[in-house]
Design a protein around this ligand. Structure first.
Ligand code: SAM
Ligand code: SF4
Length: 426
């Protein structure tokens, strides 16, 4: 079979597609880059907002109309399988059943929503999108049950991979020439808790950074109140570990945080951020905010604005609240903030965030930074600093090379560096 993948959503979904592609390739199928060359389209879906779910139905509708065979995987497959079966798709594969992709593609399984996620390990073949930067899932699922979020229902309970298996994967990646690894999970700070053998994200990072060949380690996403002092220490201590913490606050109002079932207050959140800033040199903070959660009033929103100004995020994702079926918020709270108010709050927040980003990035002009090249497009290479800022350099430099450059400008959300390399490490 010639299979084309269309992937929506988060890094975890992108990585799940890499795993499914690897399994299919190993079984003798071909992964194609163009839909018109395919015998089957796999749509790996996201259900985090209504908009992302609707995109899936409209794509599947169009594909079916065009005579394509379609298989559906991901969060919509897991959570909305009944609705999907009305679309006449060839198969529906749940988030923890991705290991069955070969049987599904070969027509042996029409629907599989079972939990066999523990079968995915360091021996599972993966067809990665990048040659030097690898994503590695360390923990599946989420146990937090934030009231707005569908993820615990679509991705199930937390299950950590054994530490030795993750380390084996990192060693293999290093042998295969990878230079960067990002450890992934809905809540990476929970990594190891279910194993009850002393495994933790801090321990994983400490062991991994000692493996020769990999120059940078990233981790996301962090849950604010689960960030441990050990993790902060390890990040501060080892130069190969990214100084960026992606810690979604979701709101700056204690009243709304409580309704969201986030397990921290704004004061506790700010304390964690302060601790990171104090203990980790050159740290940066990323985050997510939901605006227009049920009952969010102007005062609550002002508190969110205030929190954003205090934290000074290097990057912030802002999303309007969207009720998701089956969640506590959708069942019990009225979606009572009008869409035009959500939109106005989003643009106010984004405006403030843009000015913070401008200040943080302009402060780097005329300074030297070390970047690792990630990709090249139209004679411009893009690399990331250890604190997660994208820098464009106007020459073609191979992916995975670490260079020192001088920052000259900041425009359109990107830092620009002169093509003069100060020195080359790799
Ligand atoms: N585990 C991470 C955390 O604790 O924040 C994030 C995972 S979630 C899949 C990614 C982001 O989607 C969240 O940070 C949140 O901002 C957004 N999100 C989740 N549910 C949402 C909803 N019902 N409406 C709007 N945004 C939502
Ligand atoms: Fe969703 Fe909350 Fe879990 Fe993040 S921590 S995945 S927002 S339930």
């Amino acid at each position: 079979m010639k299979v084309f993948f269309k992937t929506y959503g988060c890094q975890m979904n992108i990585h799940d597609s890499e795993i499914m592609k690897g399994l299919l390739k190993e079984a003798g199928h071909e992964i194609v880059d163009k839909i018109e060359d395919s015998d089957l389209v796999v749509v790996n879906t996201c259900a985090v907002r209504r908009k992302s779910e609707n995109k899936v139905y409209s794509l599947i509708g169009r594909l079916k109309k065009g005579g394509h065979k379609v298989g559906v995987t991901g969060c919509v497959a897991q959570g909305m399988s009944e609705k999907l079966s009305n679309y006449g798709v060839e198969f529906i594969l749940g988030t923890r059943a991705i290991g069955s992709i070969v049987s599904a593609v070969e027509g042996l399984k029409k629907i599989d929503l079972e939990d066999r996620i523990s079968e995915i390990d360091s021996q599972t073949p993966v067809l990665r999108n990048q040659k030097k930067h690898a994503w590695v899932n360390i923990i599946a699922g989420c146990d937090k049950f934030c009231t707005y979020c569908i993820v615990p229902y679509t991705r199930g309970r937390e299950l950590s991979r054994p530490l030795s298996d993750v380390i084996n994967e990192v060693i293999m990646l290093a042998k295969n020439g990878y230079k960067q690894v990002t450890f992934l999970g809905q809540n990476v700070d929970s990594y190891g808790k279910d194993l009850k053998d002393g495994t933790s994200l801090a321990k994983l990072l400490e062991l991994s950074q000692a493996i020769d060949g990999i120059e940078r380690f990233w981790f996301l996403t962090s849950y604010p109140s689960d960030i441990s002092s050990d993790l902060i220490k390890v990040v501060g201590k080892y130069p190969k570990i990214s100084k960026n913490f992606h810690i979604p606050a979701q709101s700056g109002s204690n009243r709304i945080l409580k309704k969201m079932n986030r397990r921290y207050t704004r004061e506790e959140y700010l304390e964690i951020v302060e601790k990171i800033k104090k203990e980790v040199e050159n740290s940066s903070i990323g985050g997510d905010i939901i605006v227009g959660f049920p009952d969010e009033n102007d005062d609550d929103f002002e508190e969110t604005l205030d929190l954003v100004k205090r934290v000074r995020y290097i990057r912030l994702n802002v999303a309007p609240y969207s009720p998701r079926p089956g969640t506590v918020a959708a069942k019990y709270y009225e979606d009572n903030v009008p869409f035009n108010v959500k939109k106005a709050r989003m643009s106010r927040l984004n405006e403030i965030q843009h000015s913070i980003e401008k200040e943080l990035n302009e402060a780097l002009i005329n300074k030297e930074v070390e970047i690792m090249i990630e990709n090249t497009a139209r004679k411009v290479s893009y690399g990331r600093t250890i604190d997660n800022r994208m820098v464009a350099v106007d020459e073609i430099i191979p992916e995975g090379e670490m260079i020192r450059v001088r920052i000259e400008d900041f425009k359109f959300g990107t830092l620009y560096a002169s093509s003069r390399r100060v020195s080359i490490f790799a």
